[in-house]
Design a protein around this ligand. Structure first.
Ligand SMILES: [Zn+2]
Length: 124
């Protein structure tokens, strides 16, 4: 019984044709390491960027709220400060069905006419 020839395979790191076992993905250990390191650093830089954005959002909410328990602000002011609403850590739905968007312990509730209510999560 003949094993079916697999398609020509290319090294995931350098793109050269790989010879040998069908499951072989790299020319050699050097290419394997190159590939894995690149992957790892791309992942960690993505994670770092998102973490920084979340922390910046948190800081903006913290500054907006100050010592108050809740405070209204406008979408425009949020955007001026560099707030990026797509980066949040979680949401919270209250009994009325309102959805709050949180960055760590600080959150906001979108109100009518582009107003936002900023809150801080109480310790339980
Ligand atoms: Zn290679």
């Amino acid at each position: 019984m003949n094993a079916t020839m697999s398609d020509r395979k290319e090294c995931l790191a350098c793109g050269k044709v790989v010879h040998g076992r069908a499951d072989k993905k790299f020319c050699n250990d050097y290419c394997r390491n190159e590939y894995n390191n690149k992957l790892k650093s791309a992942t960690s830089s993505l994670v770092r960027t998102i973490n920084n954005t979340l922390l910046k959002n948190r800081r903006i909410l913290e500054i907006t709220l100050g010592e108050e328990e809740m405070k209204k602000t406008t979408k425009e002011r949020f955007l001026q400060q560099g707030f990026q609403s797509k980066y949040i850590t979680h949401t919270y739905v209250n009994k009325k069905g309102d959805t709050y968007f949180f960055c760590y312990e600080y959150g906001y509730l979108p109100l009518e006419n582009d107003w936002f209510l900023v809150v801080k999560r109480k310790q339980d």
